[in-house]
Design a protein around this ligand. Structure first.
Ligand code: BGC
Length: 431
């Protein structure tokens, strides 16, 4: 019985080479449409940033906001691709904070910044780079209107507003006079910029964490929808690939989407990113339970409640840690745990393969025949910590490019999202 069920799930979630090639074609069409300002599930947002030279210098503060943890960093850029982190602290953004009103939310951020400055005795004048990892339409490097929240964030009064103005007002309310916001960036842009600062071969930044997305440098002449002023021949584009919706979905994906806070939105993100993989697996486990395939009654309660199984737990199970024993839940049979592990594998394997197909689509958009070497800067807990995720990505890449996959280097870029904002801030004073 269980074997039959697993086989059925594995078939449903199979993402073959053929699926990848089809996805790459429609992904590239959506990219083109997005760049031309036509209807597309890829927003292709101009970032007002180009790749750095590597010689940018100075001390900066970076605020990195976009997942369950906000990070604040004091960064020293030494030039020649050298970066020193003077201080870094994580602040957890609990459910209560991410569903408050705009003023409470931004006051909380300003309070965290204030605590960080006190802790590190930083009372000097500091330029601040703000990484805000949500879809934002920018009209300059220092302004951007939030289109819609993603990843479960639901702070009221921010959608449709300029997030730089909101943060700046909170700084003023909290008397943070020595801070000057100078740059706003997406985490993918920050990650790309950080790796390019160190390695000029880098031409893509990818996040595989709570959410997923990517950025790459585009030739200005191809961004035909862009009517503003820009001083360089290239501009980094924030693809917002989490929104890609030309992709085959299972009934579990459909249901998850329907029940989510943003139905119809972030379809690819809901199949790939950390916020959702645990939830997909939970839905499958619930069905297994209803079909009488699970022995342990204790599991029922766990699998009944939406989002009660996190991707982090799934990742621990993948590494053979017994999360149930650790949380004092006893009596779960090995057989049930094995089923959960297999389901986790199926769900995370598809996620990794879709991520690789999306990267492949962007690479062949930039370099049709893959003539060059490409370094892809990747940050995020899925890529970094989920057992087998990177290997699954590598395997898909080899299937897509049997003879050229060795030209593609997936490179973990820690804290790139925050550090990148500092580099962008520095590059503003150097061009
Ligand atoms: C957001 C992106 C972000 C990604 C990774 C998505 O939900 O829309 O802007 O880059 O998450 O953090």
């Amino acid at each position: 019985m269980i074997d039959g069920f697993l086989k059925e799930i594995a078939n449903m979630f199979d993402f073959t080479r053929k699926d990848a090639c089809e996805m790459m074609r429609s992904f590239q069409i959506e990219m083109e449409n997005g760049l031309k300002g036509r209807k597309s599930s890829l927003k292709m947002l101009p970032s007002f940033v180009r790749r750095p030279k590597g010689n940018e210098k100075g001390d900066f503060l970076a605020i990195d906001l976009g997942g369950t943890n906000m990070r604040i960093l004091a960064i020293r850029l030494l030039g020649q691709g050298k970066i020193e982190t003077i201080g870094m602290r994580r602040f957890s953004l609990g459910k209560e904070i991410i569903s408050k009103t705009e003023d409470v939310f931004f006051d909380f951020i300003a309070d965290c910044v204030s605590a960080f400055l006190n802790e590190h005795k930083l009372d000097v004048f500091l330029e601040v780079g703000f990484t805000f990892s949500f879809p934002v339409i920018q009209t300059s490097i220092l302004s951007g209107v939030l289109v819609s929240w993603t990843k479960g964030f639901a702070v009221k009064g921010v959608e449709g507003h300029d997030v730089v103005t909101l943060l700046d007002k909170a700084f003023k309310r909290k008397g943070l006079e020595n801070l000057k916001l100078v740059a706003l960036a997406n985490d993918t842009v920050g990650t790309l910029v950080t790796q390019s600062y160190i390695n000029p071969l880098c031409d893509m930044g990818v996040i595989l964490g709570t959410g997923t997305n990517a950025a790459y440098p585009e030739r200005l002449e191809s961004i035909t929808k862009f009517k503003g002023m820009w001083y360089s021949e290239e501009m980094i584009i924030n693809i917002e690939w989490g929104g890609f919706d030309k992709i085959k979905m299972t009934k579990y994906d459909e249901q998850l989407d329907k029940d989510s806070e943003n139905p119809g939105g972030q379809r690819m993100e809901k199949m790939v990113s950390g916020r959702y993989l645990g939830e997909i697996a939970r839905r499958i486990m619930k069905e297994a339970f209803e079909k009488g395939l699970l022995g342990s009654k204790e599991l029922k309660d766990i699998f009944l409640k939406p989002y009660s199984l996190t991707t982090e737990q799934l990742s621990l199970i993948a590494s053979d840690k017994n999360i149930f024993n650790d949380s004092g839940i006893e009596g779960i049979s090995d057989k049930d745990i094995r089923l959960l592990k297999e389901i986790g594998q199926i769900v995370s394997k598809r996620a990794a393969r879709i991520a690789s197909a999306a990267i492949a689509a962007v690479l062949t958009h930039m370099d049709k025949e893959l003539k060059l070497e490409h370094v892809i800067a990747i940050d995020g807990s899925l890529f970094e910590k989920y057992k087998g995720f990177k290997e699954n990505m590598d395997t898909m890449m080899k299937e897509i490019f049997p003879n050229q996959a060795d030209k593609i280097h997936l490179s973990l870029t820690h804290d790139g999202s925050g550090i990148g904002a500092a580099i962008i801030a520095a590059s503003l004073s150097s061009h």
